[in-house]
Unconditional design. Structure first.
Length: 244
């Protein structure tokens, strides 16, 4: 099985209905061939969820969500700076789910089989801490490696696991606070010169590093399960406009 809904239930952030769709894909040129996971509101088009602020269920306190708007011409939140294009992967996954394309599976063995021997990306869209950790632990239990990032280290109820999730840091002070608590970070910086020597390294899959590897080859963004420095990357999102 290449694709399936591996979780349908309440968000751990606010209790709203969400789903996790795992899709075996090799289309992303930066990540390479990985099992991509989309964390979506189960009941709302992802663009509408963004526009109305209901994406809080799956994005939590991430500052790149933008602000809800009632502008009838807006297709997403105001000032959204997330690197994920809602009209691409998330919308395709949502519409496919509505059409019944994906089977629903449960249980450790069935979920583990999707990730077995593959690289897995936890939260291609959405924050993995919105989902019970046992789902991810099953998915990556037999995987060849994984990547995971979360903004929910301080969000009550969220299942943030630094053992296998990178803490997303939006500035140097946040990164240093995470390091003081023994957590590895992934940080978007304005330029390579902002990377802190001895604490961070440039993402090897970045344009600035010559894209010498893909994420599936690198595998450094696996939280504290990987013994390495934290990772930083110059702004690479489509909007290239980040919260301070």
């Amino acid at each position: 099985m290449q694709s399936a809904i591996i979780y349908r239930g309440p968000s751990l952030i606010d209790g709203a209905p969400i789903v996790v769709i795992a899709i075996d894909s090799g289309r992303n040129p930066k990540t390479g061939s990985m099992v991509q996971t989309y964390i979506l509101r189960a009941d709302i088009d992802p663009r509408e969820a963004s526009k109305t602020g209901q994406d809080f269920s799956i994005c939590g306190t991430c500052p790149h969500r933008g602000a809800a708007t009632d502008d009838p011409n807006a297709k997403q939140a105001k000032d959204r700076s997330c690197y994920v294009f809602l009209g691409q992967g998330p919308l395709i996954a949502y519409r496919s789910m509505i059409r019944g394309v994906y089977p629903e599976i449960s249980g450790h063995a069935a979920i583990a089989a999707i990730g077995a021997g593959k690289l897995v990306r936890l939260g291609t869209y959405g924050d993995p801490a919105a989902v019970p950790s046992y789902i991810w632990e099953s998915l990556i239990s037999e995987a060849a490696g994984h990547t995971a990032y979360s903004h929910q280290a301080k969000t009550q109820g969220a299942d943030f696991r630094p053992s296998y999730m990178m803490e997303s840091a939006d500035n140097e002070s946040q990164a240093r606070a995470a390091w003081a608590n023994g957590r590895r970070t992934f940080r978007v910086v304005k330029s390579v010169s902002d990377i802190i020597p001895g604490k961070e390294i440039l993402c090897p899959a970045s344009k600035e590093a010559g894209r010498r590897v893909t994420c599936s080859q690198c595998k450094l963004c696996g939280g504290n399960a990987i013994k390495a420095k934290s990772i930083a990357i110059p702004d690479h999102g489509p909007q290239r406009k980040r919260a301070a």
